[in-house]
Design a protein around this ligand. Structure first.
Ligand code: SAM
Length: 459
């Protein structure tokens, strides 16, 4: 549906909420489109993003809470009115710095533009009721229905909370849900081909940002107040890449020698590829493969911006790499397509798009990729497998099945390769794998395993 240009931050947020919750659009794409069509700038863009993302993250809890004050089901209301209620409700429940009166008034004003007299009154009435009862909502009892309580209280799908309760227990599931709802820090990786970490920090401070070092990743900086990244001169000069710490650690886990041959089996948009190029001082060859042609362009664009020259972008299905490049690579990175359950804090709509069956299907693909790509590695070569998932069936279980079938591989310690290990990861790191968790380590959820092909064992 063609939308009129949004005249305010709240109208922009409303349009994004409509595109995502009513039309199934992806939140980041809908936001870009709506903001581009509007004349909004600076703080209005930030506010629009915050309003839209808060409502989308909490979508199902908002629908439940709003439904408590409606005579008829929310689903029967006109779609724009439903979305207006989500917009107003998100401010009342989750953005306490916005005065309730302003939240209600502004939503009612928008209702005049997107509804009629009856619906204006309804929006006003429902939001006033919600404001009065907001600290006293009838959540399920955590003792008798922990999954029901956590999924509504922290707005995650029930199947996922049930899965995590089995995997992590109650306290840690609650901490994980909370961590997913916090705004994720902006983490960048200094491009050491063009600058140093200290040099970049100084440049960004000159651009008005506040900087602190990342905890685990040596080239990582945590940045606040930079504004639109693409407008930053140091970004345009290729001095950094936006990449969470968990993701940066994957490059260190592989740590290819300068001059070596590396295959990055599923590489787009090239975050880890360009990091590997840095670690190799841009000397040697990286074959950066991906199965989607349009995504190969992203690799090339990132290499150009960062000044990386040792990368060749290759259109290939990772499952066929063993046949295409037999025993070619000294190092093989398999940053597999995955459920992304470790990065829900960065993608407001992602939690509502996943299904339990998805992780099992992905696990099949991940194993096929490992089995199909492994023969591309030379004897004595190193393989790193990583995902941004927390699901054991995509991580430890895939590795276990791989080791059952590929006897020439074994797990090797990650301890020498990860520069700063959190204490709780020391034991698994020695066994060859680590699982970073947002609620424990403050990073995106990342699984990383390092394996070696034994020199004298054939396939
Ligand atoms: C997790 S993303 C990779 C992120 C990338 N390594 C980075 O750090 O920027 C997974 C990638 O796998 C690609 N992909 C999916 N199925 C594939 C296959 N069968 N062969 C190769 N690439 C595949 C997707 O297009 C996607 O770009």
């Amino acid at each position: 549906m063609k939308l009129r240009p949004a005249a305010s931050a709240r109208e922009a947020a409303l349009q994004v909420i409509y595109r995502v919750t009513e039309e199934g659009a992806f939140a980041s794409l809908a936001l870009d489109e709506v903001l581009q069509a509007s004349n909004l700038e600076g703080r209005d863009r930030t506010l629009a993003t915050e309003l839209a993302y808060s409502a989308i993250k909490a979508w199902q809890t908002l629908d439940w809470a709003l439904g408590l004050f409606l005579k008829h089901p929310l689903a029967k209301l006109p779609p724009w009115i439903r979305c207006l209620l989500r917009l107003g409700g998100a401010q009342l429940l989750y953005l306490p710095r916005i005065p309730a009166r302003a939240a209600i008034y502004e939503t009612v004003e928008l209702a005049k533009k997107y509804g009629h007299r009856g619906t204006v009154g309804l929006v006003n009435g429902v939001l006033r009721h919600l404001e009065r009862r907001k600290d006293d909502l009838p959540y399920p009892d955590p003792g008798s229905d922990p999954a029901g309580y956590l999924s509504l209280r922290y707005y995650h799908p029930r199947w996922l909370v049930e899965k995590w309760l089995t995997q992590f227990g109650y306290a840690e599931t609650e901490a994980l849900c909370r961590a997913d709802n916090e705004p994720a820090p902006m983490v960048i990786r200094a491009n050491t081909l063009k600058t140093t970490v200290a040099g970049l920090a100084a440049r960004l401070q000159d651009e008005g940002a506040t900087i602190r070092p990342a905890r685990y990743a040596p080239e990582g900086l945590i940045v606040e107040g930079l504004g639109a990244v693409k407008a930053s001169p140091s970004f345009r000069e290729g001095l950094f890449y936006v990449q969470d710490e968990g993701s940066q650690l994957v490059g260190h886990a592989l740590k290819p020698e300068p001059g070596s041959i590396v295959i990055d089996a599923s590489a787009a948009p090239g975050g880890k590829t360009t990091h590997l190029a840095q670690l190799m001082a841009d000397r040697g060859t990286i074959l950066a493969c991906d199965v989607h042609p349009s995504r190969l362009e992203l690799i090339q664009e990132n290499c150009r911006r960062l000044g990386v020259t040792c990368v060749r972008a290759v259109l290939a299905d990772a499952r066929e790499l063993g046949q295409r490049y037999p025993e070619v690579a000294d190092y093989l990175l398999l940053d597999a397509p995955c459920s992304g359950l470790g990065v829900l804090r960065r993608r407001p709509d992602a939690r509502w798009r996943k299904e339990l069956a998805g992780t099992r299907e992905l696990a099949r693909l991940q194993l096929e990729i490992l089995l199909g790509a492994r023969r591309a590695l030379k004897p004595d070569g190193v393989l790193v497998y990583s995902t941004c998932s927390l699901a054991p069936e995509e991580n430890q279980e895939v590795i276990r099945q791989f080791l059952d079938r590929a006897r020439e591989f074994s797990l090797v310690s990650l301890e020498p390769w990860l520069p700063v290990l959190p204490a709780d990861l020391e034991v698994p790191a020695r066994q060859g794998w680590v699982q970073y968790l947002p609620q424990r380590h403050g990073t995106d959820g990342f699984f990383i395993a390092r394996l070696k092909r034994e020199e004298n064992r054939g396939f």
